[in-house]
Design a protein. Structure first.
Length: 97
C-alpha cells in the first residue's frame, strides 16, 4: 500500500504539544508530540488520506452553506429592525407636530 506524509494533526507540525499540568494546576507544560514522535509529520496510507480530504471538502461545503443561511437570516433581521425603527421615528415625528 502506498504511503504519504501529512502534517501531524495533533501538534500541527510543531513537534510538540501544550498540556495542562493537572485540573488543579492549570499551568501549561510543553511535551513532545507522541503521535508523530516530534517529527511534525506522520505517514498515512494514500486511500485513507484521500478519504480524509473528501470528508474535509464536504464539511467545507456544508459549513459555507450554513454560513450563507446565517447571513441571509441576519439580512432579514436587519431589514425588519430598520422598518421598526422607521415606524418609531415616524410616530415620534407625528407626535411632535
Amino acid at each position: 500500500m502506498e504511503k504519504t506524509k501529512i502534517i501531524c494533526p495533533r501538534c500541527r507540525g510543531n513537534g510538540y504539544i501544550k498540556v495542562l499540568a493537572s485540573v488543579d494546576n492549570p499551568t501549561e507544560m510543553t511535551h513532545q508530540c507522541p503521535q508523530c514522535n516530534s517529527q511534525g509529520e506522520i505517514m498515512i496510507d494514500e486511500t485513507r488520506f484521500k478519504n480524509i480530504q473528501k470528508e474535509r471538502d464536504l464539511l467545507s461545503v456544508a459549513h459555507i452553506k450554513k454560513l450563507e443561511e446565517e447571513i441571509d437570516m441576519l439580512r432579514k433581521q436587519k431589514i425588519y429592525l430598520q422598518s421598526q425603527l422607521r415606524k418609531k421615528n415616524d410616530t415620534k415625528t407625528e407626535q411632535t407636530k
